[in-house]
Ligand binder design. Structure first.
Ligand code: SF4
Ligand code: SF4
Length: 349
């Protein structure tokens, strides 16, 4: 199993080093993202509210995917404590935010995951869990996760970069495809992704190399056809997500000599229509230690929300956060290329 950049002591584990590469490419001058946004008349980019409270429960994961923007893996020990979860619950209890999106790492690996879910549900919120699928098979104690998700009417979002074994395993590790298929069948068996159950199962595609995702609609049709034909698997929607040029994907781009070409592709595909719908405009992202970020990508680059508002759960102030200025850097091109990209897939026509 490969190790995280952090454990390998790779310089890219340092967010300042990543930002330096992104802002000052060693070989090429890339147009500034802020200037592109300014040309649309939307700079400074402001949040338009906080509809989604996305919680990164920690960097621990049973997988070590090649393109992981979290640099997650079994060797990462940073996870959210119950005290920090309680701070999340205090915020949620006192705000109209309706959607809580749990991510990681593998959020289910946090020993307080189920407790946290139960407390959030008691507040009447809708929960999304970003489940990597293989966690369900990783240990006997996770085998009942499909039933647990069903009990709490959780929306499940799961990555499956391809409907073929070789492409999935190449990106996510040996044996991941087989376990993912078994996990999807277990989710289907309790009603996830099946018609009229109200149990939503969405899949996520991201490209295997230095290219942009193809049409989300066309890909969804292909996935639905192939997964049903070969494995009798159903799901609701497919989200096509662009790889962000940070962390392990940035490492891939640099080591394969694709960095400048990839940035040029993102910049050439800049879609002004996607700017209005980037996910930071309606989301707040919470780190495992309670700090606040505009999105999970900014979180991994240690770019906290503007100091003009609250930067930690302990002094969360929705009135300031809901129209805060978003911190934009060059990686943001990943959200505005082509049809745009977010945790919910494409954001523009
Ligand atoms: S992409 Fe997801 S499943 Fe893969 S290592 Fe990162 S957090 Fe884990
Ligand atoms: S990377 Fe984050 S801050 Fe930048 S545009 Fe995307 S969602 Fe917004």
């Amino acid at each position: 199993m490969i190790k995280s950049l952090k454990v390998l002591q790779n310089p890219l584990a340092n967010s300042s080093y990543q930002l330096d590469i992104l802002e000052h490419s060693p070989t090429h001058k890339h147009a500034s993202f802020k200037d592109k946004v300014a040309a649309t008349g939307m700079f400074p980019l402001l949040a338009g509210g906080v509809d989604i409270f996305q919680v990164n429960m920690g960097k621990m994961c049973n997988q070590v995917c090649k393109h992981c923007h979290v640099d997650a893996g079994p060797d990462r020990k940073e996870i959210m404590t119950r005290e920090t979860m309680q701070l999340c619950l205090n915020v949620l209890a006192n705000s109209p935010i309706k959607i809580v999106d749990l991510t990681g790492g593998a959020p289910e690996l946090n020993p307080d995951f189920r407790w946290f879910v139960e407390q959030i549900k008691a507040l009447g919120k809708h929960i999304i869990v970003r489940c990597n699928l293989t966690i369900i098979l990783a240990n006997k104690r996770f085998h009942d996760l499909p039933e647990f998700f069903k009990l709490h009417q959780i929306e499940v979002v799961s990555s499956l970069p391809s409907f073929t074994q070789d492409r999935t395993d190449k990106q996510r590790g040996d044996g991941v495809f087989e376990d993912s298929i078994k996990a999807l069948q277990m989710l289907n068996a309790v009603g996830y992704g099946m018609q009229d159950t109200g149990l939503t199962l969405n899949l996520v595609y991201n490209p295997a190399g230095a290219f942009l995702p193809p049409s989300q609609d066309a890909l969804e049709k292909e996935y639905k056809f192939e997964l049903m034909k070969k494995y009798n698997i159903s799901f609701n929607s497919l989200f096509a997500i662009t790889n962000m040029p940070i962390s392990r994907y940035l490492d891939y781009l640099l080591t394969t000599g694709n960095y400048d070409k990839y940035m040029d592709k993102l910049i050439a595909a800049f879609n002004p229509a996607a700017v209005a719908n980037v996910m930071c405009r309606n989301t707040i992202s919470v780190g495992w230690d309670g700090f606040l970020y505009d999105c999970d990508f900014n979180q991994m680059l240690d770019l906290k929300v503007t100091p003009a508002t609250s930067q930690h759960l302990a002094d969360f102030d929705l009135s300031l956060l809901q129209n805060r200025e978003i911190i934009l850097k060059q990686h943001c091109y990943g959200c505005t290329a082509g049809a745009g990209s977010s945790c919910g897939g494409a954001v523009a026509e």
